[in-house]
Design a binder for this molecule. Structure first.
Ligand SMILES: [Zn+2]
Length: 83
C-alpha cells in the first residue's frame, strides 16, 4: 500500500490587515504588498492534514517576495487601513 505524504505551503490573505504600501527589498519597487497568513502543513495524498508551522508575512504582488512580520506589524497595518 502506498501513501503520498509530504509538506505543503498554504498562503491565505489576512483580510483584516489588507494591502499595504511598502517598499519591496527584492525588486526595489514601492508597490502594494499584501499581508498573508502562511501555514506549512503535513499532507497525505496532497490534502493538508496537520499544520506544522504558521506565521504572518508580507507578499510582494510583483515578484512574490515574502517578508516575515510579527503581530505588532499586523496591528499597525490594520490601523493604517482602517483610518
Ligand atoms: Zn517585489
Amino acid at each position: 500500500m502506498f501513501f503520498f505524504v509530504g509538506v505543503q505551503d498554504i498562503n491565505r490573505s489576512l483580510s483584516s490587515a489588507g494591502g499595504a504600501r511598502e517598499y519591496c527589498a527584492h525588486c526595489h519597487n514601492n508597490n502594494s504588498m499584501q499581508a498573508i497568513r502562511h501555514v506549512k502543513c503535513f499532507s497525505v495524498f496532497f490534502i493538508p492534514i496537520i499544520p506544522i508551522y504558521w506565521d504572518k508575512r508580507l507578499k510582494c504582488d510583483i515578484c512574490n517576495y515574502l517578508v516575515k512580520i510579527d503581530n505588532e506589524q499586523v496591528q499597525e497595518l490594520c490601523k493604517k487601513n482602517h483610518l
